[in-house]
Write a protein that binds this ligand. Structure first.
Ligand SMILES: Cc1cc2nc3c(=O)[nH]c(=O)nc-3n(C[C@H](O)[C@H](O)[C@H](O)COP(=O)(O)OP(=O)(O)OC[C@H]3O[C@@H](n4cnc5c(N)ncnc54)[C@H](O)[C@@H]3O)c2cc1C
Length: 793
């Protein structure tokens, strides 16, 4: 493995040029102690990935991939024939994605092309702000056309011509000519009576579940529907279901606009609206020269967000090296914004976990003479301004942070780049959280993958080709400069209090501290112990819900206490240097950690999923139920489906549940109860200690069949079969549903009322099933089918 040494080393201040290939002044950094001193220092590339539009081809590709039905937990295993890649560490490595120049150039070229096309589209439509701007796909044009009389005539004309062509074909096949006039008459009649697309009224046959939903579902007249349709072509108008989404607590209007139309999602896909990552890239491009001209002053700042660790923290490492090079102190910063916590649905358990980790972080940094300054900023809009203010106060002209890929965060960072630049501060956002940086992988057609299996193959190939991506950077060393003298007060900074709406009770605090002790050392020892004792059986056991067969490292990944790189690198080591193949359990675990990357890649490319839409926007047209009583039964674990109830009770108690159970309960909410799955998505975020937008949304997309991976809507989880398969003895159910503990029969426990244990269950106060699974399934299939068809021309 060899790495190019830069042909020419740029001047020292060229340390951080983010969006063009640029170089760290490697010479000055080589003196670091390296874990592998023999490793050749690599060329450092700062690059921000550029994304290409996907459009309709992706849909086609997705449908093709749908053929390979894939269980989210069951990726196909490839074995043998893999090159063994040795991990090399070099602490002088820049914390950046490592992309081949030709890949980079290809991506850039597509970006230029895309921008050109977007510009042309805009010019031909007048202004992007005009209603309907961006609706240039054939489908949208056809949809609009049928709204006018001329359009309808044209469509009917086309249908008639199509029919004649088909009939000519039939004629050639020697179908009896007598049928010809009949068919023409039928088709003409049908075409002339073609009704406007209609939203079906609630299914009256399913009275049990939909009674109160009927009260909330608005009935719509044809006129209203036409208005809805034209509204939905307007990228600035809300979706027709926006009010319901707001009333049901899905869209938090305190912070966000009403749910957007599906056309607006399409505008992100076709480049009419820029993706937030593109906005950030542009901010970097526009400020490049100005930032380059900035030289370090009195201090360097690293801003901690969801990267609460010292080891393998790329932004922290560059910040430290910059400070050290210039012999000035490094200051660390953490800002808690209660508004952000509410807007981003952070659970009290996760807030508490973050605060506990800050304690350890503060201590660890202080041992290195690095202060960690922490404060609370109530209003989230003020955070960027406050960061700039603090940098000015400290005389810091270099600010670093790892990139968070959620929409609000990318937009905030884009704003901050400019804000900083205006004040003579260079702000550098670093790719860190993924093993492979979003945007680095693309299909042969140059598109972002929407299906896990081909994406995973590409992820694996990429890592084989770029083993340095698994290089782990070490923790910072002793602080340079005189931090203890110049910034003495900052060492006394207190851990912020949890805001009132995120505060835990004393018993809960103790419970979570026991279940998930804070700190990098804890994360590392959990990882080591899992790799030593459980990982080799992971492939076979990972879906079993009783006992512990998974790592339970998700809280540590979510808060950034453990880096995914470290986890994968260590698992690879444990697997004798293999990333895939060899031990099926270890390879399978690596592939699960890859899911985390996958969902982040998806988020960056389809940012509207972070705005209360789903990957397949047409699925927001499905007629959901908005029944609060049903929703509450689900959250309380009182649905009468033992496996569902056990899982929902565990989530309340542990703020964590097993992946299999997450799939079961999400499918149950969206398909058996037909409740709008986004409310479940929110509930999970507000409960889970590992609540992480990309993974949670991805999981819910899978459970409700509205997401990226092919889990077709007609594959409905049967809670009873799932229960029997993954909790065969009912141990998990007995643990969490005390009412059923007396049922010793391993069959009856899964369905007490249906298998002869009803009397015991009833006596103990366990409810009967609130829905009939077979009926619910039929209703779901019908609703999904109708909803998806609604948008079709
Ligand atoms: C409806 C639903 C909601 C989910 N919400 C979240 C969430 O908010 N936060 C979260 O981290 N995970 C979420 N997941 C994914 C998965 O359930 C958890 O990551 C996993 O259960 C965590 O347990 P573990 O650490 O023991 O995982 P292990 O099985 O030990 O896996 C190791 C790590 O790989 C990653 N991982 C494993 N499976 C997945 C997956 N399917 N998707 C993404 N990453 C995965 C996680 O980081 C996990 O810690 C969700 C899944 C579903 C179906």
């Amino acid at each position: 493995m060899s790495f190019q040494t830069p042909a020419s080393v740029p001047p020292k201040r060229n340390l951080l040029v983010p969006h063009k290939r640029s170089l760290l002044p490697v010479n000055s950094l080589h003196k670091q102690t390296t874990l592998n001193p023999s490793a050749t220092p690599a060329e450092i590339q700062f690059r921000r990935p550029v994304f290409s539009s996907v459009g309709e081809d992706a849909e086609k590709k997705r449908q093709e991939d749908d053929a390979q039905e894939q269980d989210q937990t069951g990726i196909s295993q490839r074995t043998g024939g893999e090159e063994v890649v040795r991990i090399e560490f070099d602490s002088s490595q820049a914390p950046q994605p490592f992309l081949e120049p030709d890949v980079l150039e290809r991506i850039r070229e597509r970006q230029r092309q895309r921008e050109k096309e977007a510009l042309q589209n805009t010019a031909s439509r007048g202004t992007t702000d005009a209603p309907g701007a961006g609706l240039d796909t054939e489908r949208e044009i056809r949809r609009r056309a049928v709204q006018t009389e001329y359009g309808r005539m044209a469509v009917r004309g086309r249908m008639a011509v199509g029919m004649i062509i088909q009939l000519r074909h039939l004629y050639r096949l020697q179908l009896p000519l007598t049928r010809f006039p009949l068919i023409v008459a039928y088709s003409t009649k049908t075409a002339s009576k073609m009704p406007p697309r209609k939203r079906k009224s609630p299914d009256s046959s399913h009275t049990e579940a939909s009674s109160s939903a009927k009260r909330t579902n608005t009935s719509t007249s044809n006129g209203q529907l036409q208005q809805q349709n034209s509204q939905e072509n307007d990228i600035n108008a809300p979706h027709h279901g926006a009010q319901q989404a707001e009333d049901f607590g899905i869209v938090l209007r305190e912070f966000y606009p009403p749910e957007m139309s599906n056309a607006r999602c399409e505008a992100y896909n076709n480049g009419t609206l820029p993706r937030p990552i593109e906005v950030l890239n542009r901010a970097y491009e526009e400020t490049e020269n100005a930032r380059k001209a900035i030289s370090p002053q009195n201090a360097v700042v690293h801003w901690f967000k969801t990267d609460l660790r010292l080891k393998d923290n790329r932004s922290l490492k560059v910040a430290y090296e910059t400070a050290k090079q210039n012999d000035i102190p490094l200051i660390c910063l953490y800002i808690l914004s209660p508004q952000d916590l509410t807007a981003h649905l952070r659970s009290p358990a996760r807030v508490d976990f973050v605060l506990r980790n800050l304690e350890g972080l503060k201590k660890g940094l202080a041992e290195l003479d690095i202060p960690l300054y922490m404060e609370t900023q109530e209003v989230r809009r003020n955070v960027p301004g406050r960061v700039v203010e603090l940098c000015e106060q400290w005389g810091a002209s270099n600010l670093f942070a790892n990139i968070e890929y959620e929409v609000d965060e990318l937009r905030r960072e884009a704003k901050l780049v400019k804000l900083c630049c205006d004040k003579g501060i260079s702000f550098e956002a670093v790719h860190d959280t993924c093993v492979v940086t979003p945007g680095a992988l693309e299909s042969q057609q140059g598109r972002q993958y929407a299906v896990y299996t081909p994406w995973y193959r590409s992820w694996m190939t990429y890592l084989h080709g770029h083993p340095k991506n698994l290089d782990v950077v070490d923790a910072p060393g002793q602080n340079a400069g005189k931090a203890r003298t110049h910034f003495k007060d900052l060492f006394d900074s207190e851990i912020p209090d949890a805001p009132e709406n995120k505060r835990l009770g004393e018993e809960e605090k103790q419970r979570f501290s026991k279940l998930y002790p804070a700190g990098e050392d804890e994360a590392m020892s959990r990882l080591d112990s899992f790799l030593e004792t459980k990982a080799t059986d992971y492939g076979k056991m990972r879906s079993m819900v009783s006992g512990q067969h998974t790592s339970i490292l998700s809280p540590y990944f979510a808060a950034g206490v453990l880096s995914a790189r470290v986890a994968v690198a260590k698992a690879k080591d444990a697997n004798g240097g293999y990333l895939d193949g060899k031990n099926a359990g270890l390879a399978s675990w690596i592939s699960e950690v890859a899911w985390r990357d996958f969902y982040r890649h998806v988020l960056v490319h389809w940012p509207f999923i972070c705005m209360n839409k789903c990957f397949k926007p047409e699925y927001t047209n499905v007629e959901w139920e908005y029944d609060t009583d049903l929703f509450n039964l689900w959250t309380q674990g009182k649905t009468g489906f033992p496996i569902v109830d056990a899982a929902m009770r565990q989530i309340k108690h542990d703020a964590w549940i097993h992946n299999r159970n997450r799939m079961i309960v999400s499918s149950f909410l969206s398909k058996d109860l037909m409740l709008d799955w986004r409310r479940g998505e929110r509930y999970f975020m507000e409960q889970l200690i590992d609540g992480d937008f990309a993974s949670n949304h991805g999981g819910w997309g899978f459970g409700s069949s509205t997401g990226v991976d092919p889990q077709p809507y007609f594959r409905v989880f049967n809670p009873l079969l799932q229960s029997e398969k993954f909790d065969p003895d009912g141990e998990f159910i007995r643990q969490w549903v005390p009412e059923l503990r007396e049922i010793k029969d391993r069959k009856a426990i899964h369905d007490p009322y249906g298998r002869g244990a009803g009397a015991v269950a009833q006596k103990a106060g366990y409810p009967k099933p609130i829905v009939n699974h077979a009926e619910s399934r039929d209703r779901a299939l019908k609703r999904y089918k109708e909803g998806i068809a609604r948008d079709k021309p």
